[in-house]
Design a protein around this ligand. Sequence first.
Ligand code: AHR
Length: 637
Amino acid sequence: MRTRGFAIPTFSAVCLFCAAMLGAQASGPAVLTIHADRTASKVSPTLYGLMTEEINHSYDGGLYAELIRNNTFRADWSGVNDWILVERGDASAKISVDKTSGPSQALPYSLHVEVSQASAASPAGVLNGGYWGIPLRTNTTYHGSFYAKEDSADVGAVTASLVADQSGKVVASAVVSGIGTEWKQYTFTLKTGAIAESMGNHLVLTVAHPGSLWLQLVSLFPPTYRDRANGNRIDLMEKLAAMHPQFLRFPGGNYLEGDHLADWYDWKKMIGPRVDRPGHPSPWNYWSTDGLGLLEFFEWCEDLHMQPVLAVYAGYSLRHEHINPGGDLEPYVQAALDEIEYATGGSDTKWGAQRAADGHPQPFHITYVEIGNEDWFDTSGSYDKRYAQFYKAIKAKYPDLQLIATAPIKGMTADVLDEHYYLRATDFFHDATHYDKTDRNGPKIFVGEWATREGTPAPNMGAALGDAAWMTGMERNSDIIVMASYAPLLVNISPNAMQWDTDLIGYDALRSYGSPSYYAQVMFGSYIGDATPVSSADGAGPRFFYSVTEDSAKKRLFVKLVNASSDAQALDIKLPGAKLAPEGKLISLSGKDPEATNTIDQPTAVAPVESALHGVGESFHHRIPPYTIEVVEMEMR
Ligand code: AHR
């Protein structure tokens, strides 16, 4: 059956006798015919990107490289979380939260360390174990800082030390002297020597004399990606870069909305010096420091050459509370307009000037703004009017922006509609043709969240096969699908760090790994052209999926082949009239079993293997092993 230049695979009758004779082979050989000289549709240049939010310690304890946990001394019934009193030798001290003194309006409180007895041999202070450990590497410089004041100069210097948990050995240490009686920020550097890398370390801050010390916003950074101050973890940024993402959707997801109306992503509290950011509760049950704030999202885009897809809060929160459209919603509409101006305005605009003052004079370019998140949950029906109010105000000032709706809108066609799919592999196998039938006169589609949810904490090979099957359908239909992003992206795999299982990239404090689904994303994002040629497949098994794209400038043809069956798939590939280099490239991701996966200790058990593909021509034979995703790259002459 032919549909708009491609064919849905037909299921040939399986010859049981032949299958037995050939060993494990689904059916076949199937025939894949590609008319490289005939374009069926265009491929969106922004098809694959990233979706992100603060979930699973994606930022705090994840991508955001800050090493100190609870660096603003938040406390509950059990005391000051993540901080422990240090009393060496016969030192004596106590700690408490002083709600009356802090370095800023955003942080009007601090940790009070009252030292009744201490000496150089017996110092007193506090320690912090980081986010499930402080990772240290050989010969590396760590940049630290804190805000502090003392009740008298007699208390003296603060010593900052990195200490190995098991041995108690001081790995690096620095003395911060001259602490005054008014709040001020102090900085220090800690340099490791030739140590074995480990995450079993903690930071200790001590004084050697009795008296009172107040601390706030303690910070320690390892080297960051592109050496950005307040920047991101290098290994995770490199993994994201390898996906060749074209955009970043931020800041959520549920994180945009918050549990209650008061918990919305109030971006004005997430810019400027960190001491001016109070932090806020994330809907994923932990406090967000907002150290990775609005500007840092844009800088993340800049670093990975991604388009920002900015989601603005639209007056709906997760506990089904909404702001009434009209006057009540107006302040939120204005906040969105200000946010867009902060991102895109020149330094001659109010919020563009603020961005320049925050360290980024150059405006960012935005094409898409998303209004809300998953507003189909709003059973009150207020989204139609809320969307219309945002739409009218944003389009009046920024007519070129494409505005994304998160649910179909009654009475108008949104520019783009964001659709989400969290499914099992079999669901994606059955629905891989989903968009083949979509009306081309409706809104463009942004598949803003989707994933095959099989495997924990990260998806396994079976999930990667479901993903790949679905991606063939998205590629084929990317005349209408302008963007697509897997979610969630990141998970800290340490105890109790995860709220949502099946996440693309896992990590602890020191190491990280990509799941089989991650590698499927890398393959699909790395090998994609700008057009889909006319093609058809006949005689393949029901778990065979494919897509073909062509890079007209580089003269490359990329054929993605997915065999989700336990049997091999034989394939005759025919390219009538095409002139091809006789050697192509084959990138292959294979698992022995759908359960096959990667872990922090075996990070590349399932990983793509690259090889030369000989005998490429107008017609050639190919065999796809069981449970395999492949890209065949061919050079056209
Ligand atoms: O990706 C996890 C969550 O799934 C997102 O926060 C939300 O938008 C969706 O329901």
